[in-house]
Design a protein around this ligand. Structure first.
Ligand SMILES: [Mg+2]
Length: 504
């Protein structure tokens, strides 16, 4: 059923609706006036001009309860049942996705499994199958692309499409939104539901896609924008998490009304960064391309190791694999990194006092082939207690690099970091590994170093392009340095939720 307080004829006549509301399409029954007119009424009124009405620039697709829906699609016996997807079968871990049936009982992403079982008797726990979610992701992208090109994949379950020409008028855009949702159901699976948002910029299109779940279709047109945004809370805006909300509250901004009352300069001051001004422009509905100045500043992959993976050898294998993925993303994004970080969390036996921290490799300075002198700053491990009171230690090392993007240099740097980790009793059971590439620089801003122009540097770059092309086409570990391939055997496939899964 379509909900709309703007009868189509009002758009056709150019009349402004009295009480602007976001245009929503929902399966829920609604008392509001439907957008689709009964046939007899349609005959009496002139057909609406599809070119009339406000224009939109972006269509945003967000899958609903993605991992859980994929499981319900792949295993029909789970349909209609409360399902939680978990990284491993343990009460102490947390749910990484919940089906709508489980959400009805309050189970959501992040709920501790033990709590979820109590909240929702009959909850079916399913161990995550990331390869399957990536496979569905590719099929979803294909289904969307059968309607219109995907401009950006934002995560495994989110993508944005730019509307062009005849797709931009409201009625055409809404029809395209319906078509996208239908195509996903037809081509991917009958329980793979999505919410589609339409707006004048990508940011607002994402906001719109969040306004109605599951199975939503919401258009935030420029004319209804201020009114529609006022109905939201600060936390409904992407980029405003608990910390930002607290900071805004401290500055007297508690509601959307108060946020929207700021002018551009004030928004900049409240945020204390360019983000505030940017958000202000987005909330006005302005569409501008950030690609010239905006690129990822850092990227990281991290992984919590399953109990059987908590050995040094296997953790090293996982670190390798995470680096390989990060390298692929780096190069696919046309980026260069100027720093690499490795973080490791170590389990400490319960009931034992953590051993004294072992400083290691401080002020590390190493030289890598083809690179200038590197300075490193591995930190002392910190001892903390996790939420269950078990002692654990975290260590992070970082190396500055001259801008690079090839696996050979990155693996060498990672090996140096690994070698500088704390060792000995209390540092033998890693449970967490993170690989971070920081200080990313876009291709066009990349400073050529002495070696880029050398024959060796150029052939290394050509080799890397060929390797990436094969890996992108045939799978992550089709071709990789020998050390990585050995490592892959010990590391299971896992993907970061915010990753760019088309690479895998
Ligand atoms: Mg989603």
């Amino acid at each position: 059923m379509v909900i709309c307080t703007h009868p189509v004829s009002e758009f056709a006549s150019g009349k402004r609706p009295k009480e602007p509301q976001p245009l929503k399409e929902s399966q829920e029954e609604s008392p509001r006036q439907p957008l689709k007119q009964p046939p007899e009424e349609v005959e009496r009124k002139p057909a609406p001009d599809p070119e009339s009405g406000p224009r939109l620039n972006w269509l945003f697709v967000d899958m609903n309860s993605y991992f859980a829906s994929v499981e319900q699609d792949a295993r029909p016996e789970l349909r209609g049942r409360p399902v939680a997807v978990v990284p491993m079968m343990a009460d102490t871990t947390c749910c990484i996705a919940a089906s709508y049936e489980a959400k009805a009982h309050g189970v959501k992403t992040g709920t501790i499994v033990g709590d979820a079982k109590q909240m929702c008797p009959g909850l079916v726990l399913v161990e995550a199958r990331h390869e399957l979610y990536v496979d569905y992701h590719h099929r979803i992208v294909e289904a969307v692309e059968s309607c219109l090109p995907v401009a950006a994949v934002l995560s495994i379950d989110e993508m944005a499409c730019r509307l062009m020409g005849r797709e931009r008028p409201l009625l055409a855009a809404l029809e395209l939104g319906r078509q996208v949702k239908r195509r996903i159901l037809e081509r991917v699976g009958p329980v793979i539901r999505s919410s589609v948002g339409l707006a004048t910029n990508r940011y607002l299109a994402k906001v719109a896609s969040d306004m109605e779940k599951p199975d939503g279709l919401v258009a935030l047109t420029a004319d209804i924008l201020p009114e529609a945004l006022r109905q939201l809370t600060l936390r409904d805006l992407p980029g405003i998490g608990a910390r930002t909300e607290k900071r805004l509250n401290e500055k007297g901004i508690r509601t959307m009304e108060e946020l929207l009352a700021l002018n551009c300069e004030q928004a900049g001051q409240v945020w204390g960064s360019v983000w505030g001004e940017r958000l202000w422009h987005w909330l006005q509905g302005e569409d501008f391309d950030l690609s010239e100045t905006e690129h990822l500043k850092s990227l990281s992959h991290q992984h919590v190791l399953a109990p059987e993976m908590r050995t040094l050898e296997r953790a090293w294998a996982v670190a390798h694999k995470l680096l390989h993925k990060a390298g692929l993303r780096l190069r696919a994004g046309g980026l260069w990194t100027s720093s690499i970080g490795l973080s490791i969390g170590f389990m400490a036996p319960r009931g034992e006092n953590p051993p004294a921290n072992r400083p290691s490799g401080q002020g590390l300075s190493v030289h890598l082939s083809g690179q200038k002198s590197l300075a490193g700053s591995p930190k002392q491990p910190e001892t903390l207690a996790n939420r269950f009171g078990a002692p654990r230690r975290r260590w992070k090392g970082e190396l500055r690099l001259s801008e690079c993007q090839d696996d050979q240099t990155l693996v060498a740097a990672l090996s140096r970091l690994w070698a500088s980790r704390p060792t000995g009793a209390g540092f033998e059971h890693p449970y967490f590994i993170g690989v971070h590439l920081n200080g990313l620089v876009a291709d066009r801003l990349h400073t050529l170093n002495l070696f880029d122009g050398s024959e060796d540097g150029q052939s290394r770059a050509r080799l890397q392009v060929a390797v990436d092309a094969l890996n992108n086409k045939y799978g992550l570990s089709t071709l990789a340095p020998a050390t990585m391939l050995t490592a892959f055997k010990a590391a299971p496939m896992r993907i970061a939720f915010r990753g760019i899964p088309e690479l895998f």
